[in-house]
Write a protein that binds this ligand. Structure first.
Ligand SMILES: Cc1cc2nc3c(=O)[nH]c(=O)nc-3n(C[C@H](O)[C@H](O)[C@H](O)COP(=O)(O)OP(=O)(O)OC[C@H]3O[C@@H](n4cnc5c(N)ncnc54)[C@H](O)[C@@H]3O)c2cc1C
Ligand code: FES
Length: 649
């Protein structure tokens, strides 16, 4: 018999390619096959005494160490890469890199990507914590049976590594694996997203992956290096807390989360920041559930106008109280009321408009302040036709633009009527005698258009550490700098720079779109973390739709198709009411047909990205969400109206 065993060709190739002991040992150990040691011995030249050379001794040690210390737990079957491309989907362009193709031979895996691979949407699918996506051949077989499909090819699920072994139920977040030359750490399960539904030609796929506990997972690259199909996967470390990918996935997306498990998840150092953030929110919600905020009321309730006061040439404040004299539930600073009005008469269609609470003071009434816009339906009705003693329907205070309880300086920046929500925040700071450094920055045209001037000054005076910058863009002849205002011109980020307002502060912005965009961009450029900048938009909030290529969208409008015969659906922020048409599969589709901005990711009731406020009415769910939203909320991607509904969108 020949003394020379046959070295597997892939191993030979690897040796020619990087003839370092580490590389050879990694590949040989990666094969997880002791016969390779024999093959290695047989091919290495021996010295006269029959001993191995120093170099080969070093190889041997490395191979032995690697194979002995790390259990082989799987095998890399295919390395798949793909670059972003545009695909047409329901009349829109989606940018996606979910199409991956298998590659031959070794590939370098780097901190952000495998060579030749990229992600279209690094915020959701890429970046350091999601450099490599892994899916298992066992799940391929499962879905082949479940979906009765036989057309799958490697990369079918958008994965970079198709692997044998490493089931989601056993792999833990924080596990470390060596594959080829590279070392990886498990960071999070797959992000559910509609793009896997497009790739699979199965829209329900995002939901199925979670419901059947087969999401797959992402890896962070701890040590860059080459990998190739056939490499064995050895486990170097089991993750802290030993929570599996399937468990962590269920913890985020499925109901009934044990608090202890949320706590454990938060303690895993390897878990990606995004998932940690979500678990933190869920943990806080779980805490709050034990001392729930009293809910004010469902749907619309009649409120009586108890007083009307002028604030400026164009702004009137209205105090509204429950018609039965019951005390109000104190709103949170920053919340708003939605009013339902019938400007054309009691039997005519209603319009719904939202107004931030400009005061949270008073035990018995809410205050809103309304600007009269030329030809504005709601503003004209309130300014010209509503009197003390009139009754208006209002939905309970709501909104997520809220003053956070923190110790950082707080900077309230507004322009025009955008002062209303930040004014209630200022009141709250004054009422609690906050020791925080408080900045009030406000832009108005001149003193005639400057609402709440003396009220704000009094509140600032009552605070220990408060500063004011009021800018008039077109001061009137009688306006004197230093009295009602401090500077001429528009508020800008230069104003903030010049005043040396701390970067490490909580910023709250409300005003016209362009104003908020400019200030937000300036704050980001100054290094203010995005989570410390909160904005309120007096209109439809921008949508978050991963992968959808941005195009200029018109303002919300009636759909182009003929009106349906179903119950009316009102998009409150967008000021649009549309009769429901059952040819839409969901309220989200109807919103999209009206260019009402709406966020989504999975479109199948898993991720809750599309969750919004349900002001009035009832919906049915088809498909059923994996976890229903809380009371007063709705998942628009998988619901249809059963009655007239009003949505917060
Ligand atoms: C969360 C939130 C909080 C808000 N808080 C406040 C607040 O505190 N105070 C406040 O005043 N507003 C607030 N708004 C805005 C408010 O809801 C209304 O959108 C706004 O007041 C305009 O409503 P409207 O019915 O008067 O005007 P609409 O009839 O909705 O008209 C909208 C705009 O189109 C213009 N327009 C309409 N018809 C014509 C026409 N024929 N020709 C030319 N132009 C036309 C109007 O001038 C107006 O600027 C808030 C909105 C949201 C979403
Ligand atoms: S988009 Fe994911 S639940 Fe609606």
């Amino acid at each position: 018999m020949s003394k020379h065993h046959r070295i597997p060709s892939r191993l030979r190739l690897a040796r020619q390619w990087t003839p370092s002991p580490q590389r050879f040992a990694a590949v040989a150990a990666g094969k997880g096959d002791p016969s390779l040691l024999l093959a290695f011995d047989a091919n290495e030249p021996h010295d006269q005494s029959g001993a191995h050379s120093d170099r080969s001794a070093s190889y041997r040690n490395a191979i032995t160490r690697n194979t002995e210390e790390r259990p082989v737990v799987g095998r890399l079957l295919s390395v798949n890469v793909g670059l972003p491309r545009d695909v047409m989907w329901e009349g829109r362009t989606v940018r996606t890199a979910i199409w991956k193709e298998p590659v031959d031979g070794p590939r370098m895996v780097r901190k952000i990507n495998i060579d030749g691979d990229d992600q279209a949407d690094r915020a959701a699918h890429g970046g350091e914590h999601r450099a490599v996506f892994v899916y298992q051949i066992d799940s391929y077989r499962y879905w082949e049976r479940h979906l009765a499909r036989h057309d799958f090819t490697y990369g079918q699920f958008g994965e970079n590594f198709t692997v044998e072994g490493l089931p989601d139920a056993e792999v833990c977040i924080g596990d470390r694996y060596a594959i080829g030359e590279a070392v990886f750490e498990v960071t999070q399960p797959r992000v559910t997203c509609f793009r896997v539904g497009i790739r699979m030609r199965e829209p329900a796929m995002p939901s199925l992956l979670v419901a059947h506990h087969r999401p797959g997972f992402y890896l962070r690259v701890l040590q860059e290096g080459a990998v190739q199909a056939g490499d064995a996967i050895t486990r170097m470390k089991v993750g802290e807390e030993q929570l599996s990918v399937a468990e962590i996935d269920g913890l985020l997306y499925l109901p009934n989360r044990p608090r202890r498990k949320l706590e454990r998840a938060l303690q895993i150092p390897a878990l990606s920041d995004g998932w940690k953030g979500s678990f933190k929110e869920l943990f806080e919600q779980a805490e709050q559930k034990e001392s729930p905020e009293p809910t004010a009321w469902e749907g619309f309730q009649p409120l009586v106008v108890t007083s009307i006061e002028g604030e400026s040439d164009t702004v009137l404040s209205f105090r509204l109280a429950p018609s039965d004299g019951t005390p109000i539930v104190r709103p949170q600073p920053g919340q708003y009321l939605a009013l339902r009005m019938r400007p054309d008469g009691p039997d005519q269609p209603a319009v719904i408009r939202s107004y931030s609470l400009s005061s949270i003071e008073g035990e018995d009434s809410y205050r809103i302040s309304v600007k009269l816009e030329p030809h504005g339906v709601g503003g004209e009705f309130l300014h010209r036709h509503v009197h003390e003693g009139d009754v208006i329907d209002a939905a309970a205070p709501r909104g997520s633009f809220l003053l956070r309880d923190d110790q950082r300086p707080v900077v309230l920046i507004s322009a025009g009527i955008g002062a209303t929500p930040v004014l209630s925040m200022l009141q709250s700071l004054a009422r609690t005698r906050s020791a925080r450094e408080v900045w009030w920055l406000h832009g108005a045209r001149n003193s005639h258009q400057h609402a709440f001037a003396s009220e704000v000054d009094q509140l600032l005076d009552s605070l220990a550490n408060a500063h004011r910058i009021v800018a008039y863009s077109g001061p009137s002849p009688g306006d004197v700098p230093g009295r009602g205002f401090d500077t001429s011109g528009r508020l800008s980020v230069e104003t903030i720079e010049a005043a040396r307002i701390p970067v490490d502060a909580d910023y709250y912005l409300c005003g016209p779109d362009a104003f908020m965009r400019a200030i937000s961009a300036g704050l980001t450029a100054r290094g203010v973390p995005p989570e410390q900048v909160a904005t309120e938009i007096f209109g439809a909030a921008p949508s978050l739709a991963p992968g959808i290529v941005a195009v200029h969208r018109p303002a919300p409008h009636q759909p182009h198709s003929p009106p349906g015969a179903g119950p009316p659906v009102t998009f409150a922020r967008s000021n649009v009411t549309v009769p429901w048409d059952p040819s839409y599969t969901s309220l989200l589709e109807l919103a999209e047909a009206c260019d009402v901005p709406a966020s989504f990711s999975c479109r199948t009731g898993v991720c809750h990205y599309c969750e919004t406020g349900l002001l009035t009415g009832d919906v049915a769910y088809n498909p059923k969400p994996l976890e229903p939203p809380p009371d007063g909320r709705v998942l628009v991607c998988c619901s249809q109206p059963s009655t007239e509904v009003t949505l917060e969108l």
